[in-house]
Structure formats: C-alpha cells, structure tokens
Ligand binder design. Structure first.
Ligand SMILES: NC(=O)c1ccc[n+]([C@@H]2O[C@H](COP(=O)([O-])OP(=O)(O)OC[C@H]3O[C@@H](n4cnc5c(N)ncnc54)[C@H](OP(=O)(O)O)[C@@H]3O)[C@@H](O)[C@H]2O)c1
Length: 329
C-alpha cells in the first residue's frame, strides 16, 4: 500500500489561485495522455505517486481523457483505491465537460443537460463524492453563456463540485463568464488555457491582465508544447515519443525551422543551467495572474526533472529578449 513521502511539502512552491482560498503547486499534473485504458497502469500509478511525493497536489482530468474516453478517470479511481485516496483531503482533482463524449445532441458543448449529466458520469467513473474543480471545457457559440454558467454554479451549489472553472475561452467571453459567475456567487476559480513559448496567442490578446484584474487563477496547459520544448526531438523522433504516435502531436510539426529555434532555445537553457523543458515551465510561470503550469508526462523521471527546474524561475531582461528574438525569427 502506497505511503506518501513525509517530505512532500518541501519540494515545490505553491501559489494562490487569484483571490480564492486555494493554493496550487507551481506544477500540476494532467492525465490527458498516458493514463488511458490502453496505457501501462503501473507506470500511470508510479507517475501519480511521484507527483504527489513532490508536492503536486493537483491532478487534472476531463470526461473524454483516455483513450478510450472516460478511462483516465477510471485509472485515477483505481490509483485512489490502491492507496492515494487516503490523502483525498490533500488533493485537488478536476474534470471538465464540453467536448464530444456521447452520441446525440446532448453529448458535447455547453447545455445545462450536457454539463450536469457529464459531471454525474465523471463522479461515477472517479468513484468520488465530489470533484474539486469542474470546468466548462470550451466555449459554446450557440448555447447562451448564462445557461452554461448557471449550470456550473448549480453543480457547485449541489455539492458535486467545490469550485467552477472555464477553459479555452477568448478574452471577451472569459470576462463575461467571470462576471456572471461572480453574480451567481460562485466565482470562477481557474481559467485553463494553452500557453507556451510556441503559443503566445493569449499573451497577445491581454488574457493575463484580465486574469490579474479579475482575481481568477490562470492554469496554463501544454507548457512544453506537448514535448516539443525539450531536447528530445533534436536527434530525430524517438520511438517512445508523443510525436511518434502522430495523433495529437503530428510528426509534420517538427520542421527544420522549428528544430533551429529549439536548438537555440536549448542553448539559452543550458546557459541558465537548466534543461529546455525546465526553462519552458519557468517561462510560462512568469506571467501575472498565473497559478500553475499544467504538464503531462510519460514517465516519472520527467516529473522529477520539471519540479527540480522550478528552483530557477526568474529571467534577466537580456534572456527574455534573446528568447523573443528566437521565437520571432
Ligand atoms: N483544457 C484543454 O483544452 C486542455 C487541452 C490539452 C491539455 N490539457 C491539460 O494539460 C495537460 C498537459 O498537456 P500536455 O500533455 O500537452 O503538456 P506538456 O507538458 O506540454 O507535454 C507533455 C509531454 O511532454 C513530454 N515531456 C514531459 N516532460 C518532459 C521532460 N522533462 N523532458 C522531455 N519531454 C517531456 C512528454 O511526452 P512524451 O510522450 O514524448 O515523452 C509528455 O507527455 C493535459 O494532461 C491536460 O490535463 C487541457
């Protein structure tokens, strides 16, 4: 039976989520890949234990994570049953609804029907009484925002979730969502968005100013751009890499131009005595309003490396300018 390290709260720093009572570790672990029913359970369990032993209290899921969809929630349920569950009050477990999960008109997007039914399904798969953070996974252009936000607030009021969050909302829609949730007395805890050195869209549209002024925590997913921001592709495409699976991360993304940028970024990282993967995390954590970098991993060693990298998270103006120059080249 698993027993957590007694040193777990000395390994990583925590930041407050906006103006809420919750603090999250600088790194959170996502279960999008490598926790499905097709994956090696022992490795998944080892990654969860490694993360928790390093003070990573936050595990991020969605209804559709797998494959097959739903199976990542079942994997975490089994890990909890095997021992991690005795630390339930030390864990923040999140899930989401919004992407296609079941056939017919109610299996995706943002209707009240979809969000509440999906939350109930997630609770069953997870074997939990409540989810800590329940998100609307993507904005729905057709459902009135009020319907989606009221459903989130009702999920919280019913005790099925403790906090509400949104994900992938552009800045104007996010502002409206924050305002509605505040009026409903269920303030938005987190906005989950894709940010990395290779994806600066939210930075350019002013999302960090909004998060900071609204007191909502930013949790930034895919900070390694699914592994591209590491040294792993510099000598070709390893057989056990995400790009080799050629599904969510296509081999065609790895162009000579990208490799040239990665090589130069890797050089800056080594001058900072970091790996490029560690520098990629530090780079996203410097934005205001940001609470946590939401990583994925395929093996426990990657988590250890990334947590170690949080010790060096400041950049000189010269380093930032050099990075900008590479990214804009
Ligand atoms: N809200 C949304 O719409 C949304 C969308 C996507 C993701 N997310 C969340 O964000 C989480 C993270 O996404 P992500 O997996 O794309 O994040 P990521 O951290 O950018 O990429 C993770 C991948 O990078 C590689 N990696 C990790 N650590 C490494 C290291 N130290 N050195 C070299 N390579 C390393 C591994 O790939 P290999 O397999 O190649 O080893 C790993 O699976 C997801 O699990 C999910 O919870 C949310």
């Amino acid at each position: 039976m698993y027993t957590a390290s007694s040193q777990r709260y000395q390994q990583i720093s925590y930041r407050r989520c906006g103006k809420s009572g919750i603090r999250l570790p600088l790194i959170s672990l996502g279960l999008w890949h490598n926790f499905g029913s097709i994956d090696d359970f022992a490795n998944a369990e080892k990654m969860a234990h490694t993360a928790f032993d390093l003070g990573i209290t936050h595990f991020d899921l969605a209804n559709n994570y797998g494959p097959e969809p739903g199976s990542a929630e079942r994997t975490l349920s089994q890990i909890l049953k095997n021992g991690l569950g005795k630390y339930r009050d030390e864990l923040i477990i999140s899930s989401k609804a919004g992407y296609l999960m079941w056939p017919g008109p109610y299996g995706e997007w943002g209707s009240r029907k979809n969000l509440i039914a999906s939350c109930d399904q997630s609770l069953k798969r997870l074997g939990l009484d409540y989810i800590d953070v329940f998100y609307h996974h993507r904005p729905d252009p057709e459902t009135p925002l009020e319907e989606s936000m009221t459903a989130l607030a009702d999920i919280v009021r019913s005790g099925k979730a403790l906090y509400a969050g949104i994900s992938n909302y552009p800045v104007d829609r996010a502002r409206q969502a924050f305002s509605m949730l505040r009026e409903l007395k269920v303030p938005c805890l987190l906005h989950q968005i894709n940010v990395s050195m290779l994806n600066r869209h939210y930075e350019e549209e002013g999302m960090f100013d909004l998060l900071d002024s609204e007191g909502v925590g930013g949790i930034l997913f895919s900070p390694l751009a699914q592994g591209l921001l590491s040294d792993k592709y510099l000598q070709g495409i390893p057989a056990d890499s995400r790009a080799k699976r050629n599904y969510f991360l296509k081999e065609s993304r790895i162009t000579p131009e990208l490799l040239e940028k990665i090589t130069r970024l890797n050089q800056i990282a080594s001058e900072r005595s970091q790996t490029l993967a560690q520098m990629a995390i530090a780079w996203v954590l410097r934005f205001k309003g940001v609470t946590s970098a939401l990583i994925g991993a395929s093996r426990p060693e990657q988590i250890i490396e990334l947590v170690k990298g949080t010790e060096n998270s400041s950049f000189s103006p010269g380093e930032l300018a050099a990075i900008d120059q590479i990214l804009h080249a």
